[in-house]
Design a protein around this ligand. Structure first.
Ligand code: MN
Length: 338
């Protein structure tokens, strides 16, 4: 079988490997059908992920079909469709015991610390997959994992429908958060510096879109919120300065959600946090969000077909990367088929 491996930063290869075999009774052998390319995959490819190790088969937005199962697997059958859960947790540390498995002290992420899903076949323990209905297309299925990220943001922000959320950045993550927050009835404003992304945001239900390089964002947010600020600010730009700016947009007693893995420090005055009792919360991966997100897909409340813009076969990985990195080509989620 073939696997897409980042051998070292900036070197990606399609390698020939033996088809993996089931060695434990709780495992399943799966045929990968489709895989999304995520910003974090691109960071691992370019060596700009602070957490990845090499060589690495990347890919964590994975959907496929079970073709064989170990004799202790009872919940799933061959032929079932599934999505991969990238989070591997120990279950015994402090964080796992208080129900925060996604920040487990021994956390491993498939496609980051251990091999992921850009390969034709994969053996996984049954606890690492979630069954999905066959009515979902493979393209829809790869959007499930990105929405677990959005669900985690909404959960960390403890959103209620009266919230006013300002999402900074209308890339794939920002737009997923927007779609989900609108599903929960939240008022959403979103900013970006690219017109086509703002147009997309508008079509996904954004209440207002802000062009961050053409208008004074701080003044506009104040004007939209009677001078108070947004109750939740989500930093999906993840730059040094975007994180600093969140404090200008959030209201007193509001929450800031950080998604970035930037290792460079931002300069934030204590007064801005303390005097207005701002909560700044990180949001990483997801904490058991697959069942909830799969239900949104099953109920058809969440429509994602319009989010996949390009599909390539996995052998075309280099073309797919070129397209993602060409700023002239507008792209949403890029999917590889296997
Ligand atoms: Mn992802």
């Amino acid at each position: 079988m073939k696997a897409i491996c980042v051998v070292q930063p900036n070197t990606i290869e399609i390698q020939e490997r033996p088809i993996p075999v089931i060695t434990e009774p709780d495992q399943v052998l799966i045929k990968v059908k489709a895989a999304g390319i995520c910003g974090s995959d691109m960071h691992i490819y370019h060596g700009t992920s602070p957490v990845a190790t090499y060589p690495r088969v990347i890919g964590h937005e994975i959907a496929g079909e079970i073709i064989e199962k170990g004799n202790q697997v009872t919940a799933f059958n061959t032929g079932d469709h599934f999505v991969l859960d990238p989070v591997i947790h120990c279950g015994t540390c402090y964080q796992c015991k208080i129900g925060r498995r996604n920040v487990c002290s021994k956390l491993l992420v498939r496609g980051v610390h251990v091999d992921g899903g850009y390969q034709e076949y994969l053996v996984l323990p049954e606890k690492s997959i979630h069954i999905i209905p066959k009515k979902l297309s493979w393209n829809e299925a790869v959007m499930i994992e990105p929405f677990t990220i959005a669900e985690q943001v909404c959960s960390r922000a403890e959103i209620v429908s009266s919230d006013v959320m300002f999402i900074m950045g209308a890339g794939p993550v920002g737009l997923s958060i927007l779609k989900l927050a609108k599903l929960y009835g939240v008022t959403c404003y979103i900013s970006d510096i690219q017109e086509h992304r703002l147009a997309l945001a508008k079509s996904y239900g954004a209440d207002e879109v802000l062009h961050a390089s053409k208008e004074n964002v701080s003044e506009r947010i104040k004007a939209l919120t009677n001078g108070n600020g947004a109750t939740i600010v989500v930093d999906a730009v993840c730059s040094v300065s975007s994180f600093e700016m969140t404090l200008d947009y959030v209201c007193a007693a509001g929450k800031i959600i950080s998604l970035g893995f930037n290792t460079n420090p931002s300069a934030i005055a204590q007064l801005k946090i303390t005097a207005r009792e701002i909560d700044i919360r990180g949001s990483r991966l997801h904490n058991n969000k697959f069942p909830k997100v799969i239900n949104h897909f099953i109920s058809e409340k969440l429509q994602v077909k319009d989010m996949v813009s390009h599909v390539f076969t996995f052998e075309e990985i280099h073309h797919a990367i070129e397209l993602i990195e060409d700023p002239k080509i507008m792209n949403g989620k890029v999917v590889l088929t296997f």
